[in-house]
Design a protein around this ligand. Structure first.
Ligand code: FAD
Length: 116
């Protein structure tokens, strides 16, 4: 697991700047371990929320959970892990003739962040 003991984060809305405990797990088992060791942590995606709502003392990040699970090309239904970004979804969908119904003005937001 990528464990950066203290990561310097400058949040998008600039409400927060400082060092935070920051984890980027690569498996469900690693997430389970994190949850047993940390009672309070917050999920994060692309850190693009206007209100910096993914910033807390202990942060778990979905960067490595960005796989496409399946895509129904007839119905246009995409299932993917929460860390996939708008950019990654568009790059997958566009060559197949599909696009997202709605998009924010940033390609760095993630599926998990958007579904809050
Ligand atoms: C330039 C710009 C333009 C934008 N344009 C629009 C727009 O047009 N329309 C619009 O609606 N929004 C827009 N936004 C806002 C942005 O789309 C949302 O704030 C979105 O939530 C950001 O996603 P994120 O992955 O960066 O989430 P983060 O900022 O990382 O997290 C946002 C929230 O989601 C939670 N979260 C993140 N990942 C997970 C997960 N895997 N599981 C559970 N909870 C999770 C966090 O705890 C936090 O509460 C814009 C933002 C920017 C910076």
């Amino acid at each position: 697991m990528d464990f950066i003991n203290t990561k310097k984060i400058k949040s998008w809305a600039k409400s927060y700047s400082g060092n935070f405990l920051f984890y980027q797990p690569r498996s469900i088992d690693e997430i389970k371990t994190l949850l047993t060791k940390n009672k309070k942590l917050i999920s994060s995606g692309g850190f693009r929320s206007y209100g910096d709502s993914a910033i807390s003392e202990v942060i778990i990040n979905s960067k490595y959970f960005n796989k496409i699970i399946n895509f129904d090309e007839d119905a246009g239904v995409l299932r993917a892990e929460s860390g996939i970004t708008i950019d990654e979804m568009i790059k997958f969908l566009l060559p197949k003739g599909w696009f997202l119904k709605v998009t924010p003005g940033t390609k760095f937001a993630t599926l998990g962040g958007l579904h809050r």
